[in-house]
Design a protein around this ligand. Sequence first.
Ligand code: IVH
Length: 672
Amino acid sequence: MNAAIPVEREIEHLRDEIRLHNYRYYVLDAPTIPDAEYDRLFRRLRELEAAHPELVTEDSPTRRVGDRPLPGFEEVRHSVRMLSLENVFSDTELGDFDRRVRERLGTDEPVVYTAEPKLDGLAVSLRYEQGRLVQGATRGDGERGEDVTANVRTIESVPLKLLGKRVPAVLEVRGEVFMPKAGFAKLNAAARKAGEKIFANPRNAAAGSLRQLDPRLTARRPLAFYAYGLGEVAPDFADAHAAAMKKLREIGIPVSPELRRMKGIDACLEYYANILARREQLPYEIDGVVYKVDSFDQQSLLGYVSRAPRWAVAHKFPAQEELTVVEDIEFQVGRTGAVTPVARLRPVTVAGVTVSNATLHNMDEIERKDVRIGDTVIIRRAGDVIPEVVQVVPDKRPKKAKQPRLPAHCPVCGSEVLRVEGEAVARCSGGLYCRAQRREAIKHFASRKAMDIEGLGDKLVEQLDEKGLVKTIADIYALEAEQVAALERMGEKSAQNLIEALEKSKATTLPRFLYALGIREVGEATARSLASHFRTLEAIEQADQEALQETPDVGPVVASHIASFFRQEHNLEVLERLLAAGIHWPAISKPAADAQPFADKTFVLTGSLSRPRGEVKARLESLGARVAGSVSNKTDYVVAGEAAGSKLAKAEDLGIEILDEDQLQEMIDAAD
Ligand code: IVH
């Protein structure tokens, strides 16, 4: 920006620009700049504010997060009561609601309603004075809630300052704070990995996040907000619900894009069916639809009963959570060997589908939730997601409830079940031998970057397995053309092609073969490292975990997977058969021909080195590097010895990475 512009103006300008982009992103759902550009504006504003703390204002977009936890939440008295809703569960009940409304209004005409999704979060009231957010409060008992201003400020879709010049002197907005599904899934996945508390559903996650005493924690939770009503506001703000929501949108408050205005109850039913059909695709959880009589005059005529308005109703969707009993806990073996506990349930209908199994994820999760056989549990089925045990109902635990134990042996193949320290998942160590893992193991073995067996695709592997023709990867080399030709959709020609491809695949390389074995965590790069470090299969087989860890790229976890693979008798048998079938590879001399860790890297040596330059050059070239005489923008690294001069200066100018001799040696060691 132009240096002549006073800093106050630049700051104000940046704030306005950022607010506008927030509005386009959160309210209109139509951003006009890429995220990187937004970040740049934000960073610039932060920098200017850091340099001029006297210019920082509370409504600046940078001031969402305070720096101190609260000692507790203050109580807030709502100036206008926060109401709740009556529920209906069927078309008939909704018809009754509509009839009562028309009777009270004394009309036979269809009523104009608005309809919007019923978001599954928690209700809050936001108070703006002169366009600035001054308070955020929870609903509490409707009369009194808790002051959660510091936390509400961290929600990015909640504007700290309203847009436009003519905003009401006082405006209270009511709406729902919720956690979108994607954010919820990410939060729980991270918590599961870290062994931390898991939230039962997005609503609990939203509530738990908003009631944090430390707003810095709230700020890290992916919360969002949609407005659905008004509290205290001047009477001339709007004369109907849809018009009021439109006005909120115009001044920067997000409102559900699904909000519609419609005439009569049949249109409401259509809306309900449409939203229900799209329930799973919506990016947030909803538990129904809310209909409101649109006209504020009509709303006043209808009034309230106890805590709910007579002019609105929630039409609930089928519940996604139900109670049932855990009759047993069994262990299933997945394609990667993961041994997963599954709850066998007394069958129960959840959201229209009978559920008799639910995943328990892993032993850590069973322990955390303390699920026992015989427990009554809340289970949840959301869309296509596998049903889950949300929590135990402790009061209903029978005395004889039994704690499940992780089996020591795989229920499918009988191999040891191993649980690596620090990992939640237990795995069958049967590898190639275990039926549960066989198909995937074979598909992987045949894949392009592994043994590259042309024609042995997923479909064929499944057919071969179904017919019982392959039990381990070694069996594929025993296949005969007639057996293959007899399979569905296979002719003699394609069978012959497969046999030839199998034959051809036998000439391979050690890294490919190692990778093809499908040892956990051994990808192509690790396979290459192992091959060039140990050079023979026997050496790898015999290496203990400590020796394995001397390989670059191999840490304790990978080493333990490799060692346990080669400890299993079945795996050794399969290996022996593969080699007996004629799989072979060229011997690897040191340094490995295909280990060129510095391929495509250009080095420049400058200054005086402790060893002859020719020697260093030869060493680098043996690892695939190019060693050039002068620095250019094609140079990747400059190695600077004593008294390095102009080449070093040029490298610095071009921002090229500079290494001293020790750093170079480290790189060479790591690569070798
Ligand atoms: S209107 C006077 N609209 O549902 C009417 N509520 O069961 C007050 N909710 O406490 C509520 N989405 O937390 C309304 N589109 C929506 C809603 C909604 C979710 C929640 C809200 C309320 C609860 C009542």
